[in-house]
Design a protein around this ligand. Structure first.
Ligand SMILES: [Zn+2]
Length: 372
């Protein structure tokens, strides 16, 4: 294992921070895998999974079982990790700009397409290499005037030429679920099955460019642009893995999740080990546009009547909002048939607050599909 340190641009003189990446295997000997944890810095389950992965990758490397390169960033957001307000960690939004740390990654599809068009040919392997080189060049030219921009450029720079990108997050309270690109499902299904994901949510455009989509979307945009002229595969399988809820930080789950990721990487040939039996898919993937928010209609005590993982019919009551002043009790109902896959972890709701998410089969929403 090699450890690399990446100094981030210091917005304030005298204040410095750095990213640490752990490197296993040999670049060029097989696929490149990039895994990062806790880009939303207060989402800790991924950090523990990264700790378990590090031990497994070290052992596999020592045993000569790696057939490729693995880059593991166990703490993807040291800036957010240092943000605390009144004892409460604040790792989702950058304090200075208010921006979500997992949004606004670059879309270089047009620029990279223009740069490589004249050089593309009939060999898909060579075409992929050309696109990756152009992506790396585009990343190195990204301006980094703030520490947030520096963080984004450094993370994206490590991931943009990878075959596999896994971004480890969690929800507030949730069952394990994935977000990935619709065209990637044939590559992502094995990951969902090994992880025992209760749900996979698919989109081609989630809105505001989250990290995983920025890594993979460029490939289907370029494949579309050059369709019928030059062969270009979907060369980056990226997914965001939501490792249940904020408080689900335990060695049992983390070890199982790490083992599942190892089995997935083995199925791609990055790790040499006897093929594991592929567990069943727990649920057909659903459109991200079919994930329906449930909002509080007024403020009050939030009492859930159903657990995450419940299969609901439209109109079934998920929770009650109780106004403690008036005694008014309002039932919040499932907006569609589907899976209650995430709930808020607060128990006092303000009017309009999104308190739960139900994944339905029909793509009913449009525009920006992710929560703030
Ligand atoms: Zn997150």
């Amino acid at each position: 294992m090699q450890i690399q340190k990446h100094a981030l641009t210091a917005a304030t003189p005298g204040v410095s921070s750095e990213l640490v990446s752990l490197h296993f295997g040999t670049p060029g000997s097989g696929e490149k895998v990039y895994i990062q944890a806790s880009l939303h810095a207060d989402e800790i389950p991924g950090m523990l999974v990264a700790h378990h992965l590090r031990q497994r990758f070290e052992a596999l490397e020592g045993a000569g079982k790696l057939r490729g390169e693995i880059v593991l960033v166990p703490v993807a957001n040291p800036l957010g990790l240092a943000q605390t307000l009144l004892h409460v960690p604040q790792g989702r939004f950058d304090f200075y700009t208010g921006e979500n740390y997992n949004r606004y990654y670059p879309n270089f599809a047009r620029q990279v397409g223009d740069a490589v068009e004249a050089a593309l040919g009939a060999d898909p392997v060579r075409n992929v290499a050309l696109v990756r080189a152009a992506l790396r060049a585009a990343v190195s030219a990204m301006p980094v005037d703030t520490d947030l921009a520096s963080l984004r450029r450094t993370l994206y720079g490590m991931a943009c030429d990878a075959d596999v990108v896994l971004d480890l997050h969690c929800d507030t309270e949730a069952v394990l679920h994935l977000y990935t690109g619709t065209p990637l499902w044939p590559q992502a299904e094995a990951l969902a099955r090994h992880l025992g994901a209760a749900l996979s949510l698919l989109a081609t455009e989630s809105g505001d460019a989250p990290f995983d989509e920025a890594c993979s979307q460029v490939w289907w945009l370029l494949a579309e642009r050059f369709a019928g002229r030059y062969p270009l595969p979907l060369a980056c399988m990226s997914a965001t893995i939501e490792l249940r809820g904020f408080s689900d930080v335990g060695h049992g789950d983390a070890a199982r999740d790490a083992d599942a990721i190892v089995r997935y990487l083995a199925s791609r040939g990055v790790i040499e080990q006897a093929p594991a039996e592929l567990p069943p898919l727990l649920r057909e993937p659903m459109p991200l546009a079919g994930s329906m928010p449930v909002h509080a209609t007024h403020g009050g005590v939030l009492v859930f009547l159903r657990e995450c993982g419940a299969e609901l019919m439209r109109g079934e009551v998920i929770a009650e909002i109780i106004d403690p002043f008036s005694g008014q009790v309002t039932a919040l109902e499932a907006p569609v048939d589907g899976l209650l896959y995430a709930r808020d972890n607060r128990r006092f709701a303000t009017a309009g607050m999104r308190v739960a998410k139900v994944a339905g089969r029909e793509a009913l929403r449009s525009g920006k599909l992710l929560s703030a």
